[in-house]
Design a protein around this ligand. Structure first.
Ligand code: ATP
Ligand code: MN
Length: 538
């Protein structure tokens, strides 16, 4: 490829206050890959993928995410530690500073959109300081046709300046990095961090406000796929619980791996055009589809490679959160466009590091509402020797950091949709079995996949005493048998081989559930409150 890539298409950024002309508009993925390497900002892996380091930040920074408090947001946003208010004037000041900074830089601009359903399309312009961040935007957002680009009218703008450092005192930020949403100006302003996830989650957060407020559509932090019979399945879950892994299923068409909307017309559409998979301990054997997607066009983040460009997926020396982004067409079996109808099953994924939740259980509508509002998963303690006590982690709607409205709003919408569509809702523990983290082991992916297949095919049978056992602590219905899974694995208590320790730990978790749910009690009906665990420690 030519060393100096000509700017083939031009664009003016005057409307943003950007005057200079060193702007690369709509470069191809290959051009951006090449430029990143020429600028010594990345390397090519042996698979052909681009490998970059995102810098100081290798994950999102939730404490530095702000929303401008203005006419649109003041009365609607659920303000607090998750949705931190930012002053209008302060935003305008900081915006001007970022623009002045970018005026000195070579820029990478991309027009793209979110929402695969034509009726919900949100046109986005992404302005990046770095070529690889712009390639990320190519991978993750939906890609307009040449025709659509001719009269492209951007509605939202993402301004991404990883090299710009804020002065917290002057700029009103917490520290040098920030991600700020401004609904009046329709801007996501990101600075001081190169973590690409901020770009996609910025637009996700905007949609999580816009869709329920203006379009009567439920935005969801979930993955989705569709079976041969046209039945759609949704997989909700916090980071690392398996949304990407489990939705990428050779037997079902992938709709999307992270963000979807459920419309009033009962269809589900992907917000994005790509996937963003964790690659820690990735193996070709366990996850051949994702492994195969790591080729030219994909961007690996914060992985370690040898001198031949061979990635060591077990190396966590930069971060545990190693990632790859790729356009969805890197996966063979995909639904095009990314829209599903007929939602039949919903899976709530949780990585229970206490190892006490059943690996699969069926939820009543009240239990489903309770668990959706709770949004439980667990964090495992650091990998250092010594303390290995897991920490419960609750995040309402399985995605609180991205939800500008009160969780009750999303929960109400979901309950209504579940009722209307008569879905089956399942709680899947992709976490520990045979004991807590440190004692037991992570549930085998093979088993989780078999359980999900069984739920989808109806092999777990009707909700009856013969087929299900009601868990004495959690109240959920645990299948007695599941094809492809040893029966002992289905009962967490049995896998522990120590009833006393099992119940003690289970009560630790139910107490945490109860403590967390207190702040939502006034929003939940008596029925939903009874959807929680049945027994607690006193
Ligand atoms: P994010 O919201 O951050 O994208 P995610 O929900 O998509 O997170 P995944 O990327 O699917 O999470 O991560 C799940 C991780 O757990 C993968 O690395 C996967 O290999 C691993 N894993 C191990 N055992 C299981 C299991 N039984 N089920 C699902 N995932 C498992
Ligand atoms: Mn994911």
């Amino acid at each position: 490829m030519d060393a100096h890539i000509p700017v083939t298409k031009s664009i003016s950024l005057n409307q943003y206050g950007i005057q200079h002309t060193n702007i690369h508009y709509q470069l191809s993925s290959k051009e951006l890959h090449q430029l990143t390497i020429e600028k010594d900002m990345g390397k090519e892996a042996s698979s052909g993928a681009l490998a970059v380091n995102t810098g100081e930040f290798t994950g999102r920074s939730p404490m530095d995410r702000f929303i401008v408090k203005d006419n649109i947001t003041t009365d609607k946003v659920w303000w607090g530690k998750i949705n931190i208010p930012f002053e209008n004037d302060r935003f305008d000041q900081l915006y001007d500073k970022v623009i002045a900074y970018l005026n000195e830089k070579e820029l990478f601009v991309r027009d793209c959109y979110a929402c695969a359903d034509e009726d919900y399309k949100l046109n986005i312009r992404v302005i990046n300081e770095y070529p690889w961040s712009n390639m990320f935007a190519y991978n993750m957002f939906l890609r307009p046709t040449e025709e659509e680009l001719k009269n492209f009218d951007p509605e939202w703008t993402v301004i991404n300046a990883p090299g710009f450092m804020a002065d917290a005192e002057v700029d009103g930020t917490r520290q040098h990095n920030f991600a700020i949403l401004n609904f009046s100006r329709k801007i996501a302003l990101i600075g001081g961090t190169g973590y690409t996830g901020e770009i996609k989650k910025g637009i996700f957060s905007a949609l999580n406000f816009i869709l329920p407020v203006n379009k009567n559509t439920l935005p969801m932090h979930c993955s989705a796929n569709v079976g041969e019979a046209g039945d759609t399945a949704l997989f909700f879950g916090l980071s690392g619980t398996g949304k990407t892994t489990l939705s990428t299923d050779p037997d079902r068409k992938l709709i999307g791996d992270d963000e979807h909307g459920w419309t009033a017309g009962n269809t589900v559409f992907n917000f994005e055009g790509g996937c963003y998979a964790k690659v820690i301990d990735l193996s070709q054997e366990n996850e051949p589809e994702i492994y195969g997607a790591i080729k030219q066009g994909a961007i690996l983040e914060n992985v370690i490679m040898d001198k031949n460009g061979v990635v060591d997926f077990s190396d966590t020396s930069i971060t545990q959160n190693t990632r790859v982004s790729y356009p969805i067409y890197h996966i063979d079996n995909i639904q095009q466009p990314s829209i599903g109808k007929n939602v039949k099953n919903i899976f709530f994924l949780t990585a229970d590091a206490f190892g006490v939740l059943p690996p699969i259980s069926k939820l009543t509508p009240a239990q489903a509402a309770y668990h959706f509002i709770s949004g439980y998963t667990a964090k495992v303690a650091g990998t250092e020797a010594g303390v290995v006590e897991p920490q419960p982690s609750f995040s309402a709607c399985f995605g609180a950091p991205f939800m500008p409205l009160h969780p009750a709003k999303y929960a109400e919408m979901l309950s209504k949709k579940m009722q209307e569509s008569g879905v089956d809702v399942w709680l899947i523990n992709t976490g520990w079995t045979g004991g807590p983290y440190g004692v037991g082991t992570r549930m085998k992916l093979k088993y989780t996949r078999a359980m999900i297949s069984a739920a989808l095919s109806g092999a777990l049978g009707l909700y009856s005493y013969d087929n299900y056992h009601i868990h004495s602590v959690f109240g959920v219905a645990q299948p007695r048998e599941c094809p492809g899974v040893p029966t002992t694995v289905l009962s967490p208590r049995t896998t522990w081989n120590n009833d006393e320790a099992y119940y003690k730990t289970a009560f630790k978790l139910t107490n945490a559930f109860r403590e967390n749910f207190k702040k939502f009690e006034s929003y939940a009906s008596e029925e939903i409150r009874r959807g929680g665990p049945q027994r607690y420690a006193f």
